[in-house]
Ligand binder design. Structure first.
Ligand SMILES: *Cc1c(COP(=O)(O)O)cnc(C)c1O
Length: 469
């Protein structure tokens, strides 16, 4: 029987429920089309958006399509064009259209990707994505793969597995007894570890890491690490880094992991944007030895250019990940293998964020991912080269990967040139402190940043320099 109000299976929606979806599609496509030439910095701020949307919870409902239209109208002027090929702020990355498309399907399908058996469709795709990632990144084929919100939680997942293992080796069941009365766990990390490592350690009740000196590029001093490892036989976790935020430098993960293993320690690698060096034969000098660690964290939303949010946790010893992160409950449907998605990451209910990863890998192929990483590295090298020719510019790091740290003289002048550059609206790079200096940091993370975009970037920097007396 045809019933006007019930013909579409869209729970709680009116028959014209497609209108907000159509409108969202049109606005999204218009945004993506405009983003490369848009003023990079946001034109308005939080207050302007809230003024336009209204701050008071409406008493009565409103037309869903009108809500979507108003949302886009209010928010778009306040968006930062972080997908622009001339956006170099923090470490963000662009968006492959195929990944956006897959992400839309994930939203529409609305599967809870926690359980494998009841949600076989998206679980199958995520499993393939996981296997492909292990292959692409040269990691052990038997490692577990968990999709997290980002590298912060991927670091948390890897370090939780590490905490389990080193305490189990010391005869302590941390899952049963917690840390009260446990043997002290020592964490050794390079002086230039990322702040998310500190967070993960804090969440795990491990406190602050003991810092091991790093060299000028921020790489952990492996001899100093070895000496520190030899000082104590406490259960120990070593945290290494593939891709320093300022220099892009990589720790010698192979040698450091070997040292850790000689002392019974666990080696974890934060490779949020750097792990992808392993996907290209041109960067084997950076990636060699990466696979000798015990756990790794990375992001897909940075170097791979998928939309937010997607991190990945890899653990070489899956049983340790499951022991640390797997919950037992009668209502959960477990697989025979035990490697259910919810047992490998902190998140229990979650979206199938591994699906856009699969779509991106399928669309690019092995050669496309290698070309993506090679392209970023080539663009960073060209950028450093061309910027270095401008008067008064100093490149502070050895440009081995995607990061370029620049100064324009004294700190105040660097800050002023950075402000002038961002005010022009063509290029966005963020200011930071490194080696006790204010630096303008270019993180080349967007697949569309080619030589032409680099030239436009350098011209914009030249104008910014000229604009500051
Ligand atoms: C971005 C980043 C992180 C944190 O990743 P999120 O995705 O923001 O959680 C960790 N380590 C390094 C080196 C990073 O660049």
């Amino acid at each position: 029987m045809h019933h006007a109000g019930r013909t579409r299976l869209l729970v709680g929606m009116e028959p014209d429920a497609q209108r907000p979806l159509d409108l969202a599609f049109a606005r999204a496509v218009a945004w993506l089309e405009a983003v490369p030439e848009r003023h990079v910095a946001p034109a308005t701020g939080v207050d302007a958006v809230q003024d336009r949307l209204g701050r008071v919870l409406p008493e009565a409902g409103q037309d869903p399509a009108a809500v979507v239209g108003r949302l886009a109208d209010a928010v778009e002027p306040a968006l930062i064009a972080s997908q622009s090929p001339r956006f170099y702020g923090w470490v963000i990355g662009g968006t492959h259209p195929v990944a956006v498309a897959a992400d839309w399907l994930v939203t529409a399908w609305d599967q809870n990707a926690a359980m494998r058996e009841p949600m076989p469709g998206t679980s199958a795709v995520e499993e393939l994505a996981g296997r492909w990632l292990l292959d692409l990144l040269g990691l052990p084929a038997t490692a577990s793969v968990g999709f997290t919100t980002g590298a912060t939680t991927a670091n948390l997942a890897g370090l939780a597995a590490a905490r389990h293992r080193v305490l189990a080796d010391a005869g302590w069941d941390v899952e049963a007894h917690g840390l009260g009365g446990a043997p002290r766990v020592r964490v050794l990390a390079g002086a230039e570890r990322h702040g998310s490592v500190d967070l993960a350690l804090r969440y795990l009740g491990l406190g602050a890491a003991t810092l091991v000196p790093a060299d000028r590029e921020g790489r952990i001093d492996v001899a100093a690490l070895e000496a520190e490892l030899a000082r104590s036989s406490d259960p120990t976790i070593v945290v290494l880094q593939a891709g320093n935020l300022h220099s892009g430098a990589f720790d010698d993960v192979g040698a450091a992991s070997d040292a850790a293993h000689r002392h019974g320690a666990w080696a974890h690698v934060d490779g949020a944007f750097g792990l992808w060096a392993a996907a290209t034969p041109r960067l084997t000098h950076l990636a060699a030895g990466l696979a000798r660690a015990d756990s790794w964290a990375t992001d897909a939303h940075k170097t791979l250019n998928t939309p937010y949010d997607c991190g990945v946790s890899f653990v070489a010893h899956p049983a340790d990940a499951v022991a640390a992160l797997g919950a037992q409950a009668s209502y959960l449907v477990a697989t025979a293998s035990g490697l259910d998605p919810w047992t490998l990451v902190p998140e229990m209910s979650r979206r199938a964020r591994g699906v856009p990863v699969w779509a991106t890998l399928a669309a690019l192929g092995r050669s496309g991912v290698a070309a993506l990483v090679d392209g970023l590295v080539a663009a960073a090298a060209l950028l450093a080269d061309e910027l270095g020719r401008l008067a008064g510019v100093e490149i502070l790091n050895d440009v081995v990967y995607t990061q370029v740290c620049v100064t324009f003289g004294a700190d105040e002048r660097t800050a002023a040139v950075a402000d002038a550059l961002r005010a022009q609206g063509e290029v966005y790079a963020s200011t930071s402190r490194w080696h006790d200096r204010t630096v303008l940091r270019f993180s080349v993370s967007n697949a569309w940043t080619d030589a032409g975009q680099v030239r436009r970037t350098v011209e914009a920097v030249r104008r910014a320099i000229d604009a500051v007396p």
